[in-house]
Design a protein around this ligand. Structure first.
Ligand SMILES: Nc1ncnc2c1ncn2[C@@H]1O[C@H](COP(=O)(O)OP(=O)(O)O)[C@@H](O)[C@H]1O
Ligand SMILES: N[C@@H](CC(=O)OP(=O)(O)O)C(=O)O
Length: 543
């Protein structure tokens, strides 16, 4: 029997560290106990972490021998981690090949793979939808973005030598949907979500077919079919608790019956009332990955990007930004929430709840260590970790018209936002005045006209109790780091701002938080980030 362990007695086996270790690491396929004390083996099995013995037989024989046969076959492995690859990692057939190679370069892992749409497919689908609204039914087949999407996916399938039939039905349906949009002359948020879902549905089908072709058994899953249950907030849905057991049951169930690498669509869910396809907000595949990590209790969640991890600032603002080796969930969540495109704003929540480390890695440079995000890290030497910019923010200055000492003012202001369903980002208050910024990701997912009338409505409501000053085209610069050292951070910040002649219009720092936020004019913001980056990460110079 392959890899058999022999013991002179079951008691010796039960006591043997080799036995326990193999049980844990090697995934026992069958266990044969010849005579001896079966109970002691059972006790030992109960202790083993994987405890996945497929066959246990107990035979009476004259010699005490215990044999375990083990294989490295997937059938006996547990799912170990989740690996998410975004559009930037999957832009072409060549990239899909490299990603497959990368996945298979970890023979000890049994990963769940989460994929986004190829390259910029989501943007192209949205553009195609917008054009379909006004182009007329007869012109749908000449929408440039539709031709691009068709060509990209068919070419990719061909180059990977995968049968085009895996996506043929989706390409047909996509064209039919665009015809429908052209006919109705409207693109509702619900239709938008259905429209963009074609991106992830096609990338995962092509990739799964390719994995199977190269001999790595894989199975494609649409997230909305395996239990990703969300609110019905189309274009920005939240994942509901029921998702975790449902996803665990689907993926674990299939894996234990017939193991195959799961290839899951990122970004998508199913609305619990509407039963229609929803999306988790732009960049939502990161959240799909962490949700699967929590649902299955996996050891690690990896998000593979096109940068060497989370960087000290957006490389589009400053190309020499450096990777940040360690972050806490709180820091990463704050960074994502305040605009760092590298992670979805809600993606840290499941990982933090289940305490599963998240690793941000570069699919173009897999040797780079990346960023490891965990519950805690050594903060003794930490000052500033990363600088994040959120542009085009609306700021409101609200001053009470009542006398000083009037209570309930703040409560009234916030109840107006609650009633209108608008969330607030940064707040600075005194007893009679309040300055705040509105969360653009929630507000701006609505139509432009709706945004303008909503803002008018907010101001109208607030003017019943206060004098309101609406300030647009502002930016939030968030300084993520060790707020225990805020005096040092602020000293440096104000020095930079003074030298650069930049006026801060509002500042906010939570008592126990990891973030100091500054509000400046949009047109000064990028220069400000570059100067702050130079001051904190490069040298003593103020650039
Ligand atoms: N602080 C930051 N650290 C790393 N990348 C950032 C940061 N801020 C913005 N980015 C941008 O985020 C991009 C990666 O995120 P994204 O495009 O969503 O990746 P993917 O599509 O692979 O999920 C990078 O290419 C980079 O331009
Ligand atoms: N394709 C979706 C979801 C996503 O997560 O994409 P990416 O991983 O490429 O950021 C989007 O573009 O928003």
């Amino acid at each position: 029997m392959a890899n058999a362990l022999h013991f002179s007695s079951t008691l010796q086996a039960a006591a043997s560290p080799v036995f326990s270790k193999r049980m844990n690491k090697m995934h026992c396929k069958s266990l044969r106990v010849q005579t001896g004390n079966y109970n002691s083996v059972a006790a030992c099995l109960a202790q083993s972490r994987s405890n996945r013995v497929l066959k246990v037989s107990c035979e009476a024989a004259s010699v005490d021998v215990l044999e375990m046969s083990m294989t490295n076959n997937q059938a006996e492995k547990q799912l170990t981690c989740v690996m998410k690859f975004g559009g930037s990692s999957l832009a072409s057939a060549e990239r899909m090949r490299e990603v497959a190679e990368l996945i298979l370069s970890f023979p000890n892992e049994s990963p769940v793979i989460v994929l986004s749409a190829m390259g910029k497919t989501t943007n192209k689908l949205l553009l195609a939808g917008e054009k379909a609204v006004s182009c007329g039914v007869t012109n749908v087949d000449s929408i440039e973005e539709l031709s691009f999407i068709k060509e990209l996916h068919l070419r990719t399938a061909k180059e990977l030598e995968v049968d085009e039939s895996v996506i043929a039905k989706h390409l047909d349906e996509l064209e039919q949907l665009l015809n429908g949009i052209a006919m109705m002359k409207e693109l509702t948020p619900r239709t938008k979500d259905y429209l963009v879902s074609f991106g992830e549905c096609m990338s995962t089908r092509i990739f799964a077919a390719y994995m199977n072709k190269i001999g790595a058994k894989a199975r494609q899953y649409d997230a909305f079919e395996i239990g990703f249950i969300t609110t019905d907030d189309f274009t920005n849905a939240d994942i509901l608790e029921a998702t975790y057991p449902a996803v665990a049951q689907s993926l674990h169930g299939d894996w234990s019956r017939d193991p195959a690498i799961p290839i899951v669509t990122g970004f998508l869910g199913k609305g619990w009332r509407s039963c229609a396809i929803t999306t988790l907000g732009r960049g939502g595949s990161d959240l799909t990955a962490t949700t699967i990590g929590k649902a299955l209790g996996l050891r690690e969640i990896q998000v593979w990007k096109d940068v060497d991890g989370v960087l000290t600032c957006d490389p589009n603002i400053y190309p020499h930004a450096e990777p940040v080796p360690y972050l806490t969930f709180d820091e990463a969540a704050e960074l994502a929430y305040f605009g760092a495109q590298v992670l979805h704003p809600q993606s840290m929540r499941p990982a933090r709840e289940a305490d599963i480390p998240v690793r941000v890695k570069n699919s173009y440079n897999s040797n780079a260590p990346g960023t490891l995000i965990t519950r805690a890290r050594d903060m003794r030497k930490a000052v500033l970790t990363s600088i994040v910019l959120k542009r085009n923010v609306t700021m409101l200055d609200i001053v009470s018209t009542r006398m000083l000492g009037q209570y309930g003012f703040l409560a009234k202001v916030f109840s107006i936002f609650e009633d209108l369903g608008i969330s607030v980002d940064v707040v600075a208050t005194s007893e009679v005045s309040i300055s705040l910024t509105l969360d653009p990701s929630k507000l701006w997912c609505r139509e432009l006209i709706q945004q303008a009338s909503e803002l008018d409505h907010v101001v109208e409501e607030l003017e019943k109790i206060a004098v309101v000053n609406l300030l647009q085209h502002r930016s939030i610069i968030s300084l993520i780091g060790n707020v225990q050292r805020s005096s040092l951070i602020l000293e440096k910040v104000f020095n930079v701002l003074r030298v650069k002649g930049i006026n801060v219009q509002m500042i906010s720092q939570g008592a126990s938080k990891v973030n100091i936020s500054l509000i400046v004019n949009d047109d000064e913001a990028e220069q400000c980030v570059r100067s702050l980056h130079a001051a904190f990460f490069e040298s003593a110079s103020l650039n």
